[in-house]
Design a protein around this ligand. Sequence first.
Ligand code: GRF
Length: 208
Amino acid sequence: MKSIFKNKKTVSFLASGRGSNFSATARKIFEKEINAKLGILICDKPDAKALSVAKEEFKMNSYFVDPKSYLSKSEHEEEMVRLLKEVKTDLVVTAGYMRILSPSFVKEFKNRIINIHPALLPSFPGLSAQKQALDYGVKITGCTSHFIDDGVDTGPIIMQSVIRIYDNDLLSDVSARILAEEHKILSESVKLFCEDKLRIVGRSVIIR
Ligand code: GRF
């Protein structure tokens, strides 16, 4: 009988801070709700909370790869690629990783990097997306999981989730409601990828 545990994919993460998206997704792998292996976590900040969570909660190898200790962005990324390949990473998840990946990094993991963005793309790409949406006065916003391409928040969209904005909402209210949805669609997107259920056709992602 063909085992569903054959060909398990290895999922690694890049994060910069709190790491709640990392934790939400890694926990599902750790608890076997997602049929995959945990790879490594790489952070660009020494005090990223995700670093200790990875070690203590998920027994993962985690690395602070200091951008400042490399002469160039490409050397920094080359070291990240080396670490990711060392554990045979199939999928890279950027979970609150606050740096733009260069085309050469993207090429190394073509169609194998998933990002979570806190707005309904293509609206409000870039930084502070929740604030951009609130300031604009939209009535709905949400989050988007997508594959990373060479642009900023421009890659093929996997899933989106919508939240309403109410008249008295503070930025913290909106951000918290979006974050709860981020955790759901990021882990669901990773699950679908690990089950080989995502197919990219042009700009679209077909979910089988
Ligand atoms: C999330 O809102 C994510 O969409 C954005 O940065 C935030 C990171 O949060 N890119 P966390 O570190 O996953 O808790």
